[in-house]
Unconditional design. Structure first.
Length: 674
């Protein structure tokens, strides 16, 4: 989809706010599109703080800034991941209700179950909560690997209590002999477990173990559809997909099962067209094809009762409700209604009973439930105030010995002084040319470093003055469109992109980001975000917006601490919709570990409370992970410090302090703690 280039949207926005006077929280909410992507879970209160409404009831809200203060008082420092179990709960019920409504409306009698693919977020707390709700909502769990299978078998035992447990358990992914044997034994145990055959040999293993243990297993087949997927994961479907059986193999499977008198065990047909399906049409085509295969196999005598449409229900990360990779062009209700409608039309025409519909919607279940809060450590910005006196002083000092002021510098001074509303473009061209000339002079050895500094400062000052004037006129010439991004600030934030939002780096996924306080104050800066890894990729320079490809974010001036103190006043940003995939895909780049995670809920009186604190990795833990022996490290440091003290390079007290910092550091958080 074609996205508009950067426009004057942001500049004219702040301008109009300036005209109508007092900036309010509502202005911020609209500026950051909070209601577009927040879908009722996120808001801004009159204090200018972001709130989370776990049940979409505005009266029951949690003030995130208050939470961060509360955590600070308990010694829990940002970055911290906040999880809202109540959002998870609400989201699961929303999906349940959407399908219940669709089935009632369309008199669909087959039933529906959503199975949670734990790969989306395997954290025990998240899975346990889903498993316990699954019992009530008739949902299930999905495993895609051996470790996930073992987790899911345990989880379903806990959730259902001892004895037979009807929660559907779907096993996708590649399976070996042991995997299948475990599944067959679990069937004997009473689990409603369905291995989905991804390649033919798995079917042979299933039949082998089923016979050996005298079990009638429920078997699923994953089909390679000819309908292509779309977007980033289009390769999940189509005949070149890594997974599933060709139709010719499906037919072979039917023959094979018939031969072994197990065709009645073929209960489920499965496809997965890809994640974050942004265009509902892709799903409709795939389901149509899958349903047709279903009725054909039904005719051949397969004991089919379940149609599993896989995952892919998307999340509207940017709030634009469009067919675009960070958005989706449908609602949960529409998704449900289209799925039910497609399946119903195909099977009814063939006179086949309505199948039980399963979907494996992972992302859509969990994305909303986590938010990362991080603190800003400081900013880097180009001078917009050229300090003409300083410039003059440098020029005087540099020419004191009778040298001349280089022509490009004179040109820049002129361009700055003579900038008027009418000659914006001309001034820009002159300034660019003069700057380029200054840089060549420097490279050729004809300009000193301080003089080059002067040229640089003048150039940025001209840029800022140009933008100010353009904003007043309300239009920015095309050629100057890059300028706001070039002149924007860098806000350094205490987090690792690779650990906390890896998809931002890996696949340019957008996540909504905004300050969680000061929202009744007009943001006056534009910036991008940098993390604390020493990787230049560790930055966020694309932001959600309904209309434009937004390369900078509106932010507030970060205030220096008063007096002698070094540092800045606390300024917190929230990154939203991080519940799906980010936690487990996160890596230890620069040995920055898991952040703290805190579970927040509302009590009966509507006060927020901490349900659980899961401490982030310590330095010791991440070092052990890469095979360091922490005791060895300490011993080496101790010996070295001893020697330094002996040779009087360190005093005993200094040595003691250094050793203490070393030991404390090992036990501490991997992030900066101010
Ligand atoms: C990853 C995956 C899912 C989950 O997809 P979402 O987009 O998170 O809904 C479901 N089924 C299979 C087979 C998968 O590989």
């Amino acid at each position: 989809m074609e996205r508009l280039g950067r426009t004057m949207a942001t500049i004219s926005h702040s301008r109009s706010a300036f005209i109508h006077g007092q900036w309010t929280s509502a202005d911020s909410a609209s500026l950051y599109g909070v209601s577009d992507w927040g879908k009722g879970y996120v808001g801004v209160n009159p204090d200018g703080h972001v709130t989370v409404m776990p049940t979409k009831d505005p009266a029951k809200n949690i003030d995130l800034f208050e939470v961060v203060q509360g955590l600070k008082e308990r010694g829990i420092h940002t970055p911290v991941l906040l999880r809202f179990n109540d959002i998870l709960n609400h989201r699961l019920r929303e999906i349940r209700k959407a399908f219940d409504d669709a089935m009632t409306d369309q008199q669909y009698t087959g039933g529906y179950s959503c199975v949670y693919p734990i790969k989306v977020n395997q954290q025990r707390h998240v899975c346990e909560q889903i498993a316990s709700l699954a019992v009530e909502l008739n949902f299930g769990l999905e495993a895609g690997s051996k470790p996930e299978l073992l987790a899911v078998l345990g989880l379903s035992a806990v959730a259902g209590g001892p004895g037979v447990n009807g929660m559907p358990i779907i096993c996708n992914g590649f399976k070996d002999d042991e995997f299948i044997e475990t599944v067959i034994l679990a069937t004997k145990l009473g689990r409603n477990i369905i291995p989905v055959v991804e390649k033919f040999s798995e079917l042979e293993l299933i039949v082998k173990h089923a016979k050996a243990y005298g079990v009638r297993p429920k078997i699923g087949l994953r089909v390679k559809l000819s309908s292509r997927g779309a977007g980033r994961w289009e390769g999940s479907a189509g005949v070149r997909s890594k997974f599933g059986l060709f139709v010719s193999e499906v037919l072979k499977a039917v023959e094979y099962l018939k031969k072994h008198e197990m065709l009645d065990c073929l209960n489920l047909l499965h496809c997965h067209v890809g994640s974050q399906l942004y265009d509902i049409r892709v799903l409709k085509n795939a389901i149509n094809e899958l349903a047709h295969i279903y009725i054909e196999l039904h005719r051949m005598g397969a004991g089919l009762t379940m149609l599993d449409i896989g995952g892919g229900m998307g999340v509207d990360y940017d709030g634009s409700q469009s067919a675009w990779s960070s958005s989706i062009n449908y609602s949960v209700a529409e998704y449900a209604s289209d799925v039910v409608y497609r399946i119903k039309s195909v099977v009814e025409q063939a006179g086949v009973p309505h199948p039980m519909i399963l979907s494996e919607s992972g992302r859509a279940m969990v994305a909303y439930s986590s938010v990362l809060i991080m603190d800003v450590l400081g900013t880097s910005r180009f001078d917009n105030n050229p300090d003409l006196e300083g410039v003059d002083a440098t020029i005087k000092a540099e020419t004191a010995g009778g040298g001349e002021v280089p022509q490009p510098v004179l040109d820049l001074v002129d361009a700055y002084k003579n900038l008027t509303d009418r000659n914006l473009l001309e001034a820009y061209h002159d300034a660019t040319q003069a700057r380029d000339e200054a840089m060549s002079l420097f490279s050729l050895g004809y300009m000193s470093l301080p003089m080059r500094g002067v040229a640089e400062r003048l150039f940025w000052a001209i840029g800022h003055k140009l933008l100010e004037k353009a904003a007043k006129k309300g239009d920015l010439p095309d050629e100057l469109e890059q300028l706001p991004d070039l002149l924007s600030d860098i806000y350094f934030c205490n987090f690792s992109l690779f650990q906390s939002m890896p998809d931002s780096w890996a696949i340019d996924q957008l996540f909504p980001i905004l300050p969680i306080h000061r929202l009744n104050e007009q943001p006056t800066r534009m910036g991008i975000l940098g993390d604390i890894t020493c990787d230049s990729d560790g930055k966020v320079d694309h932001f959600v917006d309904k209309r434009v490809d937004k390369k900078t974010l509106e932010l507030h001036e970060v205030r220096e601490l008063p007096g002698e103190a070094i540092g800045v006043e606390p300024y917190y940003l929230g990154v939203f919709l991080l519940g799906a995939y980010q936690e487990i895909l996160g890596d230890l780049h620069n040995l920055l570990g898991d952040t703290h995670a805190v579970h927040i809920s509302l009590d009966d009186r509507g006060e927020w409370e901490i349900e659980e604190v899961i401490e982030g990795d310590t330095v010791e833990e991440v070092l052990r992970y890469v095979q360091y022996d922490v005791e060895d490290l300490k011993r080496a440091m101790r010996l070295d410090i001893e020697a330094a003290c002996r040779q009087q390079r360190l005093t005993l007290a200094e040595g003691k302090s250094l050793l203490k910092y070393y030991d404390d550091g090992l036990e501490g958080y991997t992030y900066l703690e101010g």
